[in-house]
Design a protein around this ligand. Structure first.
Ligand code: ZN
Length: 244
């Protein structure tokens, strides 16, 4: 992990202003929003899971996915008796369940303990450059980038590494970047018992660089602001710290 957490003290008071939630795509001058727009549509804030999503154990899921992935490779014409390929179906199945999609299972949700804020003034805390490794639910290709989180303490604080763990937990699912941004913000609101939360994610989508438009340079920025971060001055302070 190449995380660079920073702490900043700043006065979070200010006039309320209009909302500026949303996202934009930066692309070296030109705009490919229409080309990649179809990949950024989520149907709901909640990850679409069935009620029976966790009736099977992890081990049962690994066994089923292994069998299905063997079928995929066989269908593609691969020779599964080759020493190099033999272990691939099991390796991929285990990776799906235990690593890259571990965040689907609520049992894996990080336990969050909060502390009293010893400083009694309202301060903005910013943790930036949090590693995001996720997978696009439309193409099952990686989304890799950085999350930047800000909050104004309501009297409680959480350990900085917990913010990384929350980001990672929600990232490790088949995702849509907007949904990931909102899910992280909502979890932080609950943990920190405040509405004063900002989450910005800047990420590259492999489904944009490896296929389709094959654009290697564009990144997608999504933002969720609430509470004091709807105030222009507070939001601009935050954006200045993360220097986007
Ligand atoms: Zn995609």
């Amino acid at each position: 992990m190449n995380e660079k957490p920073i702490l900043l003290g700043v006065n979070g008071n200010g006039r309320m202003n209009g909302k500026l939630n949303g996202h934009h795509h930066s692309h070296n001058g030109s705009d490919h929003t229409s080309d990649i727009g179809d990949m950024h549509v989520a149907t709901s804030i909640d990850t679409p899971l069935r009620k029976d999503a966790f009736d099977l154990s992890d081990e049962e899921k690994v066994a089923i996915i292994e069998e299905k992935f063997r079928e995929i490779l066989t269908t593609l014409g691969m020779d599964l008796t080759d020493d190099s390929l033999m272990g691939t179906p099991h390796r991929v199945a285990k990776m799906y369940v235990k690593e890259i999609f571990y965040g689907l299972n609520p049992d894996n949700k990080p336990k969050i303990s909060v502390f009293d804020n010893k400083f009694k003034y309202k301060e903005m805390l910013v943790e930036k450059e949090i590693q995001v490794q996720s997978f696009c639910e439309h193409h099952f290709l990686p989304i890799v980038g950085r999350a930047h989180v800000g909050y104004v303490s309501n009297g409680v604080v959480i350990g900085l590494s917990k913010i990384n763990r929350i980001v990672d937990y929600f990232a490790r699912r088949p995702q849509v970047q907007e949904r990931l941004t909102v899910q992280i913000a909502n979890e932080l609101k609950k943990a920190l018992q405040t509405e004063d939360i900002a989450v910005v994610i800047d990420a590259k989508h492999m489904c944009v660089s490896c296929r389709g438009i094959q654009d290697d340079h564009s990144s997608t920025v999504t933002a969720e602001y609430s509470g004091k971060f709807n105030d222009r001055a507070t939001r601009e302070e935050f954006l200045k710290y993360i220097r986007l």
